[in-house]
Design a protein around this ligand. Structure first.
Ligand code: B12
Length: 230
């Protein structure tokens, strides 16, 4: 395993003691920008693939984000770490389920910011759960709502990691409400996990702190549309 002293950039802190030791090892490998070492940590962990994503990759990136805020690692290290994680996720995420159910049309997008890994995990898990999901990419509020109308989307998932992007959800809500057809809005990402009331403040209909919770939220939204509530 990589030694902290041999890291090319600055050195990360150890994660808190409650985190599994493998998270600490992954943080070190990622901060060292050592892709084979990162993969080795995942390979020697016995957990289901999605669980490896949720319980190792997500917390390790969170630790690196905090270390970066504290000046313990450089942005370049975080950038390369995210690229390594993208490749690891390609191997871990579940395939689409062949069993498609009759669902309202749903879509996912990143609102303005450049943090795309959360969207990737949530989309993959929804698709594996039988949802047909339109990936609208990374958009601003006006363009996003125009696409939602054009694609006749009834459930919109929005992923953000920057607090300023989370506040832009208000604008998405305002524009959605100008349409004739009700659209359910589900939001997620770090700002909503840190502030459990923020989703209501910005006018979303539901939220979830991880991919499994995203599936549950989308199921609730589908049921509320079935019930005819606006
Ligand atoms: C990797 C990373 C980057 C990478 C992103 C690479 C990429 N391709 O995505 C790079 C280096 C590019 C980057 C850039 C920046 N970043 Co950054 N970044 C991170 C970091 C370390 C990890 C984020 C991540 O990928 N996590 C893993 C994913 C899988 O987790 P997740 O997105 O949270 O998703 C999970 C849940 O939230 C949920 N979920 C996600 N989306 C959705 C959607 C729905 C509908 C639901 C229900 C659930 C859900 O399910 C997912 C799976 O569990 C975070 C630290 C952190 N604490 O999050 C900072 C962080 C988000 N970044 C931050 C900042 C400030 C920036 C920059 C402004 C830095 C700069 N000065 O340039 C830029 C902004 C770029 C931009 N305009 O967007 C801050 C944000 C602070 C704030 N409050 O606004 C953070 C929190 C770091 C920190 N502690 O300060 N970043």
């Amino acid at each position: 395993m990589t030694n902290v002293a041999s890291l090319p950039g600055k050195s990360p802190a150890r994660p808190n003691e409650a985190a599994p030791p493998a998270v600490g090892d992954l943080v070190l490998a990622l901060a060292a920008m050592d892709a084979p070492a990162a993969r080795a940590v995942l390979d020697r962990t016995t957990a289901a693939p999605l669980q490896k994503a949720e319980t190792l990759i997500v917390p390790a990136l969170e630790v690196l984000g905090n270390d970066w805020s504290a000046g313990r690692v450089a942005l370049s290290q975080v950038y390369v770490a995210a690229r390594i994680c993208e490749r690891l996720l390609d191997d871990l995420l579940p395939p689409e389920s062949p069993a498609r159910r009759n669902h309202p049309r749903a879509a996912i997008a990143v609102l303005e910011d450049h943090h795309v890994l959360g969207k990737r995990i949530v989309s993959s898990v929804l698709r594996a759960s039988g949802w047909e999901l339109c990936d609208l990419g990374r958009l601003g509020a006006e363009e996003l709502v125009a696409r939602v109308r054009a694609e006749e989307i009834r459930i919109l998932l929005v992923s953000v990691l920057l607090f300023r992007s989370a506040l832009k959800v208000r604008e998405v809500r305002r524009l959605l409400d100008q349409g004739d057809i009700p659209v359910r809005l589900v939001v997620g990402g770090a700002p909503f996990t840190l502030d459990p009331d923020l989703w209501r403040t910005v006018g979303a209909d539901d939220t979830g702190c991880n991919a499994a919770a995203a599936v549950a939220a989308v199921e609730r939204m589908a049921a509320s549309l079935d019930g005819g509530a606006r």
